[in-house]
Ligand binder design. Structure first.
Ligand SMILES: Nc1nc2c(c(=O)[nH]1)N[C@H]1C(S)=C(S)[C@@H](COP(=O)(O)O)O[C@H]1N2
Ligand SMILES: [Mo]
Length: 446
């Protein structure tokens, strides 16, 4: 794979440091300086920076006076070159050992994410395809709070339990990590570790109830068929879980199909757990075993700091003791602009259709607003109900622009409890989880 060596050391392009480093304009020229412009509400850029920025973008910036301090135009944040993975198209690779790849926003435009555009997040080594035979694959249900431990073949699961299909949004807890400063270690996801395909399988609840759930059950944990990156078979790549309340929800599935086909090998064929709305790390791939636990599951990557955030806000860079961290549950409200692709040119006078998706963990999204003037004014878009609970919601709007020039479209979702996406990166946390900042794209009106 010729791209490997190029891409391995190349960071994703949305992080501000990379933009500063790679861009022909000097970083300090892009600093919006309000101090030197005392008395006036209009800021300006140092050393003719506005002119330099406009030249680089190739257009004037009609709302430049609204641009927040230090803002880097989204026009500079173009995506990396695509990387080829079997069965995947147009994904950006972040790491090839283990394989991690994300989807550029314009390739997430489908209402139901096609398999070829679903991101890949692996903590270990993908099982050998020859070992993934649905005819011989088994799922064991066990654990100290299981009354009758049982092993099922996929055929038994299919024949014994009712089938259910749901569109389920799965987002990696680390999606957006690349924007935190100081940087958190781990895959530098930009916006593309999210997908909302349709899964088909049986309810985890039906299977667990058939095996008997003891009264002291509090959590479930999964084990998958992948290996720890070291290759050591005594260690798991990852073994996480959810509290019983999430495990017993209607939408929590043991799935064998995605979009009416086999689940792609990289996404967990022949069987995976799907817990929509929660960090996707709870959706175990290549599912071999589920344990019903009488305590919080203690598999690999359950303990802090993995998939945990501080219990209280901390200043960027703070060292947080593990006992002050809590496990992430429902994901926060978030949205994407999936059409048009960032950087397009559009004719003045013609309305521009923009659209995308919004989701809010266990909750529903109530409103979606867009701005074309760097967040000074917002307009409410048309927002559809989800196909079912835990599916992302589609929104769209037609936008008009007052004159030629450079604009950004910003999108902001609000959940059913009134919580909105922040305009800037939210509270820093040591592992860089839960960045639900507004998504923005660049538009040239010509
Ligand atoms: N067995 C197994 N399950 C797993 C993982 C893994 O590495 N191994 N990664 C988890 C994480 S961190 C995420 S974000 C999702 C990614 O799912 P996807 O690769 O199908 O997009 O799978 C989860 N389930
Ligand atoms: Mo993840």
């Amino acid at each position: 794979m010729a791209h490997d060596s190029n891409n391995k050391n190349k960071k994703p392009s949305r992080g501000l440091h990379e933009l500063y480093a790679e861009d022909p304009i000097k970083a300090d020229e892009l600093v919006w300086n309000r101090e030197t412009d005392a008395g006036s509400r209009r800021g300006f850029l140092k050393r003719g920076g506005l002119l330099a920025m406009a030249t680089a973008i190739g257009a004037s910036i009609p709302f430049s006076k609204n641009m927040p301090a230090g803002l880097i135009p989204a026009a500079f944040a173009q995506s990396d070159e695509p990387f080829a993975l079997p069965g995947k198209e147009g994904l950006t690779i972040l790491n090839d050992r283990p394989i991690n790849a994300e989807t550029p926003p314009h390739l997430l435009d489908d209402e139901i994410t096609p398999a070829k555009h679903m991101f890949v997040r692996n903590n270990g080594l993908v099982p050998d395809v020859k070992a993934l035979d649905p005819a011989t694959w088994t799922l064991e249900i066990a654990g100290e709070s299981c009354e009758t431990p049982t092993t099922f073949t996929i055929a038994e699961l299919k024949s014994r339990f009712k089938h259910h299909s749901y569109q389920l949004t799965v987002e990696c807890g680390g999606n957006g990590r690349s924007e935190y400063v100081p940087a958190a270690s781990g895959n530098q996801w930009t916006t593309g570790a999210v997908a909302s395909p349709k899964f088909t399988g049986v309810r985890l609840r039906d299977v667990l109830e058939a095996c008997g759930i003891k009264k002291d059950a509090v959590y479930i944990g999964y084990y998958g068929g992948d290996l720890h990156p070291s290759g050591d078979p005594s260690k798991e790549a990852i073994s996480r879980g959810v509290p019983m309340s999430k495990a017993l929800e209607d939408e929590t599935l043991i799935a064998w199909a995605m979009n009416d086909e086999d689940i792609p090998v990289l996404n967990g064929h022949p069987l995976r757990l799907v817990c929509g709305g929660w960090p996707a790390s709870t959706s175990g791939k290549w599912l071999k075993k589920i344990v019903i636990r009488n305590k919080v599951h203690d598999g690999n990557k359950m303990a802090a700091p993995s998939y945990s955030v501080p219990k209280y806000p901390v200043a960027p860079g703070t060292q947080v003791p593990d006992e002050d961290m809590e496990i992430i549950e429902s994901m926060p409200v978030k949205s994407l602009i999936t059409f048009p692709k960032t950087g397009i040119s559009h004719k003045l006078g013609e309305p521009l259709l923009v659209r995308g998706h919004a989701w809010a963990g266990d909750l529903e999204v109530k409103e979606l607003h867009v701005s074309i003037d760097f967040g000074i004014t917002w307009q409410k878009t048309e927002l559809r109900a989800p196909a079912n609970r835990l599916a992302w919601q589609h929104w769209q709007s037609e936008l008009s622009f007052p004159e030629k020039g450079y604009y950004e479209v910003w999108a902001k979702a609000v959940d059913s409890e009134g919580k909105a996406q922040p305009m800037v990166v939210p509270g820093w946390n040591p592992k860089g989880y839960l960045n639900n900042a507004c998504h923005r794209i660049a538009i040239q009106i010509v």
